[in-house]
Write a protein that binds this ligand. Structure first.
Ligand code: DGJ
Length: 425
């Protein structure tokens, strides 16, 4: 990270009154935040910008934990060289560095050898096995330098997202160390619980051409084929793609992995087995042809919600929110949850206030605030792919428009805010 940015961020935080006390940066006792300052450098108890990108959040034994991608400086930081970084907090403003929960391996034959793309790690607790279970999106290293430990080679490898696997690791203690177990293309040879008849019929149609799997579609034809399940059927035997992902542990003991699948065109929600380390075979195809990335689930009342985004690489786009009565049920899009005047092209609205770029962020998690009724916090990444370690966090309250069954979660830009000022109950 550029030191300059750290300095600026700290200065801004101090000027904004976001952190109080005096003295040096490297001391937990003097650096204390009492508000969120979205988009600013956010220092941990060691005085370093929090390094947990694409994060997942969990509450455990009275503390909040986040797990995220430990990035490096420059574009090398978009590959995973160090591992999954964990932080904990008791007030959500101040975070203690808990270290690297899952380390990348030095073994060139490991699926998580240094330089692998490891994104959006999430952790849930399994009360039955008493294990913490981490899932992550993996893209293996490929090509002639795939087994080289040289950082120059890792740096030079072109990012390749064709692996599209979900990796899993387990630990006895929340902050790790996590032991890598393996990876999946989920639910090989299985049809979803919704729309299986249509998929079988489409398969019969496609199979009239013996070379159907290598068929190339263009434009509208491609959109239609993907929505009908072309990529699903293509990947049927080997298992379904799993890219941007999240986890959700429900209060009935069931847990789910939600992921961008079918060349990102269609979202899948897979029920996890009783260990949470594999699949039951029950899953749903959601929003066929809808291109959802950056999923983050939460539950309010009896309803399930999902923040997500469109697919535009590292560039931000308008956010999305969807609702369903069941995790594997009928999901319905509610539109862009971001409120505010900002329009992408407006010159008068500051860039961070633009509602149609999700305030220059992409969702990664939703954190339920303990002790407050229906209080949720949107946690998103403001990616800086050219200097990945400098990526910022956009942390904003989830508010509700309307009431009862039809209430819609919305997000508004705030330069600075406190939990107690927004969530009163
Ligand atoms: C958008 C995803 O949400 C990120 O996690 C990452 O995969 C980038 N695309 C890569 O371009």
């Amino acid at each position: 990270m550029k030191l300059f940015n750290v300095f600026l961020g700290l200065a801004a935080a101090l000027a904004a009154g976001g952190c109080c006390g005096t003295g040096g940066v490297n001391s937990a006792s003097v650096l204390k935040y009492d508000s969120f300052n979205p988009g600013q450098v956010w220092l941990d108890d060691n005085g370093r910008h929090i390094n947990a990108h694409g994060a997942g959040a969990i509450f455990d034994n009275g503390r909040y934990y986040i797990f995220g991608e430990h990035k490096l400086g420059g574009t090398l930081g978009n590959k995973s060289v160090v591992g999954v970084h964990c932080y904990s907090s008791d007030d959500l403003y101040n975070w203690k560095d808990e270290g690297i929960a899952l380390e990348m391996s030095g073994d060139p034959n490991s699926e998580i050898v240094r330089g692998t793309i490891l994104e959006r790690p999430k952790v849930i607790y399994n009360p039955r096995t008493k294990k913490y279970v981490m899932w992550m999106h993996l893209e293996f290293r490929k090509g002639p330098t795939a087994k080289s430990a040289d950082l120059k080679d890792i740096y030079a490898e072109k990012p390749d997202y064709s692996t599209a696997r979900a990796g899993v690791a387990v630990a006895d203690k929340i902050a790790g160390p996590y032991k890598y177990v393996g990876s999946f293309r989920p639910n090989a040879g299985k049809y979803p619980i919704n729309g299986a008849d249509g998929l079988r019929a489409y398969r019969a149609e496609l199979e009239k051409d013996p070379n159907w799997k290598s068929k190339k579609f263009k434009g509208e034809e491609r959109k239609k084929a993907l929505a009908r399940g072309f990529a699903f059927l293509r990947d049927f035997d080997g298992g379904q793609m799993s890219r941007d992902m999240t986890l959700f542990a429900d209060d009935d003991g069931r847990a789910y992995l939600g992921c961008a699948s079918e060349d990102n065109s269609t979202f899948h929600i897979h029920e996890l087995n009783s260990e949470y380390t594999g699949f039951t075979g029950r899953f749903a195809r959601v929003f066929p042809g809808g291109y959802h990335e950056a999923p983050a689930f939460f539950k309010r009342g009896g309803k399930y919600y999902m923040f997500s985004s469109h697919c535009t690489g590292w560039a931000p786009n308008p956010g999305r929110v969807s609702v369903s009565d069941e995790m594997l049920g009928e999901w319905r899009e509610l539109g862009n949850p971001c409120r505010g005047d900002g329009q992408k092209k407006s010159k008068t609205v500051p860039v961070e206030a633009k509602a149609d770029t999700t305030f220059r962020s992409q969702s990664s998690a939703v954190i339920p605030v303990r002790g407050k009724k229906d209080a949720f916090i949107y946690f998103g990444d403001r990616w800086i792919p050219e200097d990945a370690i400098d990526g910022r966090y956009i942390v904003l309250p989830v508010e509700w428009e309307g009431s009862g069954e039809g209430a819609t979660p919305v997000i508004r830009w705030r330069d600075k805010w406190k939990i107690e000022d927004v969530f009163k109950d």
